[in-house]
Design a protein. Sequence first.
Length: 226
Amino acid sequence: MTRGEAPVRRLIAVVLIVLGAAGILLGRLGETLWAPPTERSAAVALEDPGPAVLIDPGVAYVGGRTGTVQVSAPGDVRIIPVSPEVAEAYLGDARHTRITGVPTWTTLETREVAPAGETTLPDPAGSEAWPPAAGAPSSEASIEISALWREDGGATPAHPYRALLIVGDGTSPAASRIVITWPVDSATPWVPYAYAAGALIAVLGLVLFAADHTARALRRRSEEEA
């Protein structure tokens, strides 16, 4: 190799190393800064929902079989999985709000039921329709969708899906905000290719750089011995 070719080889080696590092950096950005969301949430804010909110059977599963139903309330609240029949018997003609679907991945659809009905319900703590272990009252309540799915029988339900009854003491507003969150597959398909290509190009650059360094060392030795 002539002296004129050596600078060109070094330049190519440096360019390959820089391009390889850029590919690895691109892969890292695809996993962090440019990564898609890891979850999606559908929510609704409720100003005057009545003493109870009922999430229709199956609504919690719209985005998948895992995730969380979270409820915030001005007072104590609990989430109680119940059959639609038990829920209807408890609610009777009382005014309440139903969550009937997920029209978009950010919004829960609601419907007011019996707007002129009773504004109070029996305190669920004293009801025999569900066990006391249904949940201790708190201003924040949540339930794991995966646990609900298992209890509903999984892919082959032993019984129809249950509704989720959201209620406090039967007098105060049942909830101020309800959010259902589902995880999503956040993998970026091109990230592994960016890492692999970047690493390969960087290695080629390093090999070429090392070869150039060795060639220069041998040339200097030959010149010294001449």
